[in-house]
Design a protein around this ligand. Structure first.
Ligand code: MG
Length: 269
C-alpha cells in the first residue's frame, strides 16, 4: 500500500497527458496495474485492452470433482499420496472406506503428503461421525496443517462449545472464525483454503506473515487472515524459517474418527 501511495504521488507530480493536464491518481493506479501503460491518458478503448499473457485453460471438474490442473491427494480408494508423519518410510495407516473416503485410525498418528507445497488453493471434504462421542476438544477433532505447521481446526462443534479460537474453522489458538458453518454431524463438509506462505530473509527472520482464507461449505469464515506463527497447543506462535513442506492431517487421538474425501490442491505460482 505504501509503495502504491509513493508511486501515485510521484505520478501526480510528474505525469501530464498530451494536453498538459495532470493525470488523476485513479488513472495512474490503473496504469500501475496494466502492462504497457504509457502514463498518457487513454483516449481510445483499445488503449486499455490487452491480449497477453493469456490465462491457461483449467477445466473446473474433470477428474472426479477436481480441476484439471490440480494435484489429486485423494479421490478414490488409495492413500498413495500420504505417509505416516512419524515414520515417513511407512504408508499412511488410516482406514479406507468403501465409499471413496478414509477415516482417522485411532492412535495411528498424523499423516502427511509425500509432496511438499508452498502457496496453495486446497480443497478437502470431511465429516464427523453421526454417532456422538466425547465433548469439547475430544469430539471428532482433526485438523489440516499447511506447511506442516499451521493448523486449520476440524471439530464437531454441533452443540459442543469449546474455546472459540479452537473451534471448527479456527486458525488454531490464533484466529476465531467469522461464523460456525458446520453441517449436522454425519454430513460432509467442505473446506476451500487459499494459503500464502510466510517469507523469511537470509538470516531467517520473518519478513512477511502467512495468510489464510477459508470457505467452509462455501461460507467465508477466514478472510485473508494473518497467521502469526506455528499453531501451538501450549505457548506462543513460533516463526522459524522454512520452505515448502507437506500438508498434514491430524489424528487427535481421542474420538477423532473424522473422515475425508475428495482432497486436491492447486499450487499458486
Ligand atoms: Mg485439531
Amino acid at each position: 500500500m505504501k509503495k502504491f501511495y509513493i508511486l501515485a504521488i510521484l505520478a501526480l507530480f510528474s505525469c501530464k497527458d498530451a494536453g498538459g493536464k495532470i493525470i488523476e491518481v485513479e488513472q495512474i493506479s490503473q496504469g500501475i496495474v496494466y502492462q504497457g501503460y504509457s502514463g498518457v491518458t487513454p483516449t481510445k478503448p483499445e488503449e486499455t485492452e490487452f491480449y497477453e499473457p493469456v490465462p491457461p485453460v483449467v477445466h473446473p471438474s474433470i477428474n472426479k470433482g477436481a480441476p484439471s490442473d490440480a494435484v489429486i491427494l485423494f479421490n478414490n480408494n488409495s492413500l498413495n499420496e500420504w505417509v505416516s508423519l512419524k515414520n515417513p518410510e511407512k504408508p499412511a495407516d488410516w482406514i479406507i472406506n468403501p465409499d471413496s473416503s478414509f477415516t482417522v485410525k485411532n492412535k495411528a498418528g498424523d499423516i502427511r503428503t509425500k509432496e511438499e507445497f508452498g502457496n496453495v488453493q486446497l480443497h478437502l471434504e470431511w465429516k464427523s461421525p453421526a454417532e456422538i462421542q466425547g465433548e469439547k476438544q475430544s469430539r471428532a477433532n482433526s485438523g489440516v496443517f499447511l506447511q506442516s505447521r499451521y493448523e486449520v481446526q476440524i471439530l464437531d462443534n454441533n452443540n459442543n462449545d469449546t474455546y472459540v479460537n479452537g473451534q471448527v474453522g479456527s486458525i488454531y489458538k490464533q484466529q476465531i472464525p467469522l461464523a460456525m458453518a458446520s453441517l449436522p454431524s454425519g454430513e460432509w463438509n467442505s473446506y476451500d483454503i487459499i494459503y500464502h506462505t510466510p517469507e523469511f530473509d537470509k538470516r531467517g527472520n520473518k519478513t512477511k506473515s502467512a495468510t489464510l482464507t477459508l470457505l467452509h461449505n462455501g461460507i467465508l469464515i477466514q478472510d485473508h487472515e494473518e497467521i502469526k506463527g506455528t499453531t501451538e497447543y501450549i505457548g506462543w506462535p513460533k516463526n522459524e524459517a522454512h520452505g515448502k513442506a507437506p500438508i498434514i492431517l491430524q489424528d487427535h487421538g481421542d474420538n477423532s474418527r473424522v473422515s475425508f474425501r475428495n482432497i486436491w490442491v492447486r499450487e499458486i505460482k
